[in-house]
Write a protein that binds this ligand. Structure first.
Ligand SMILES: CC(C)(COP(=O)(O)OP(=O)(O)OC[C@H]1O[C@@H](n2cnc3c(N)ncnc32)[C@H](O)[C@@H]1OP(=O)(O)O)[C@@H](O)C(=O)NCCC(=O)NCCS
Length: 184
């Protein structure tokens, strides 16, 4: 298992920034997660309230400490508003591999923040966590997320049939992969 230590300073490209979550993010997380698209396409529960956000933030310390997740808030640079969430998760440390997951608040979409956030967290995961491969799974019906994967440089590798259950619905997932050497 690798030790995960989140950076003290935000990771930024000047347009989009990633920083560790803060307890004060609860209202903004809960507000963003009212958007049904987040419940449909991610593992974020639905319905979602401030208690769910509080529980998510409480368990992040254990998840980081146990080497299970590296979660970040996506924010405007300069300590600006919460735009979304991005995390490296489900690591297989012996194989130097993890998965990236993300959502954006509805008002933050259409500006490239998700693509930039995925690139920023992948570069950090390759350089700091020494990952060699990062996976991204987007449902076959989730075209915006597949476009994020492609814009971020991921290679489409196949379709995992009936891979995820979300309530009563099962999703086929497009599996994308990005290798450390491909981000150079
Ligand atoms: C998936 C999700 C994060 C994609 O958000 P998004 O805003 O489409 O993605 P980006 O932030 O990368 O923005 C890209 C869009 O902004 C446009 N854009 C505008 N300015 C841009 C810029 N400077 N750079 C890049 N893209 C820009 C792009 O053209 C693109 O639009 P298009 O897809 O219609 O062509 C969002 O739809 C979401 O949160 N969905 C619900 C949760 C979810 O599905 N999560 C993923 C689960 S796998």
């Amino acid at each position: 298992m690798a030790r995960i230590v989140l950076p003290a300073e935000p990771i930024t490209d000047g347009v989009t920034a990633l920083r560790p979550w803060r307890d004060s993010d609860v209202p903004a997380i809960a507000a963003a997660c009212q958007d049904p698209e987040i419940g449909i396409w991610t593992r974020v529960p639905s319905p979602y309230g401030e208690n769910d956000a509080r529980a998510y933030l409480m368990q992040r310390y254990d998840a980081i400490h146990a080497g299970l997740s590296a979660p970040f808030a996506i924010v405007e640079p300069g300590d600006g508003a919460l735009l979304g969430s991005v995390a490296l998760m489900r690591p297989a440390w012996e194989h130097q591999r993890a998965e990236v997951g993300y959502w954006l608040a509805a008002r933050a979409r259409g500006q490239g923040h998700a693509t930039r956030a995925v690139q920023l967290i992948c570069d950090w995961g390759f350089s700091v966590l020494r990952l060699e491969r990062i996976e991204l799974l987007a449902a076959t019906g989730n075209a915006p997320s597949q476009r994020v994967a492609e814009r971020a440089g991921f290679v489409r590798e196949g379709v995992l049939r009936s891979y995820i259950r979300n309530g009563e619905v099962r999703h086929d997932m497009v599996a994308f992969g990005l290798l450390a050497q491909e981000r150079g």
